[in-house]
Design a protein around this ligand. Structure first.
Ligand code: ITT
Length: 201
């Protein structure tokens, strides 16, 4: 069975490949690189769920294969949920992880309430019109100085509740176990494996 991963974010691709190898070992995951004509999908919805579905549907329509997408981000309590759905382009440049992280650190200077969550909406869309989307999150707090070389995005400043390492310092396998994307994608993988007769035709 082939499923397309609707993302160009290399950090996410690595995580998703590990998670799916465990949950759906008979699935062969294709990256969007296998489809040269595929244009980037504009994230025009106002929710994580809406954007994840938009990406999954667009890639499934183009490839005529089932597709999985996520829309994820960091929601900071003191910033009223920002950067939220704008996490990948918070500094103004899409995908500039360092600039995005520095902007959050500046806005949090001297702030004592440092609670934050990573949120992930995971979506699946099949050529026959079947879709499913679900959400999971990981609670934590922001530290003041980046720590760790693993992961991507805001990982070096995110300390998950109950842990002493940032997600940027954690072994990737531990991050998968507790992360927003790990939880959402395992639940999605489980569901699509249970509902195969609804979308495999
Ligand atoms: P695709 O849309 O191609 O999947 P993207 O990087 O644009 O890639 P999103 O719109 O979902 O992805 O934005 C996610 C951003 O949120 C990402 O660029 C990071 O800055 C942040 N983020 C999401 N999950 C994260 C994680 O596990 N660790 C650190 N930062 C994360």
């Amino acid at each position: 069975m082939q499923i397309v991963l609707a993302t160009r974010n290399k950090g996410k691709i690595k995580e998703l490949e590990r998670i799916f190898a465990e949950e759906l070992p008979d699935v062969h995951l294709l990256g969007t690189d296998s489809f040269p004509g595929l244009a980037d999908v504009q994230e025009t919805e106002d929710s994580f769920e809406g954007n994840a579905l938009l990406k999954a549907k667009a890639v499934s329509d183009f490839t005529h294969l089932p597709a999985i997408a996520d829309d994820s981000g960091l929601a900071v309590d003191h910033l009223a949920g920002a950067p939220g759905i704008y996490s990948a382009r918070y500094s103004g440049i899409h995908g500039d992880d360092e600039a995005n992280l520095q902007k959050v650190l500046r806005e949090m200077e001297g702030v004592s309430n440092r609670r934050a969550q990573f949120v992930c909406a995971a979506a699946f869309a099949a050529p026959n019109g079947y879709t499913h989307v679900l959400r999971a999150q990981m609670e934590g707090a922001l530290i003041t100085e980046p720590r760790g070389e693993n992961g991507f995005g805001y990982d070096p400043i995110f300390l998950p509740s109950g842990y002493l390492q940032t997600t940027g310092e954690m072994a990737p396998e531990l991050k998968d176990l507790i992360s927003h994307r790990g939880k959402a994608m395992r639940a999605l993988a489980h569901l699509i494996s249970q509902e195969q007769e609804k979308w495999r035709n």
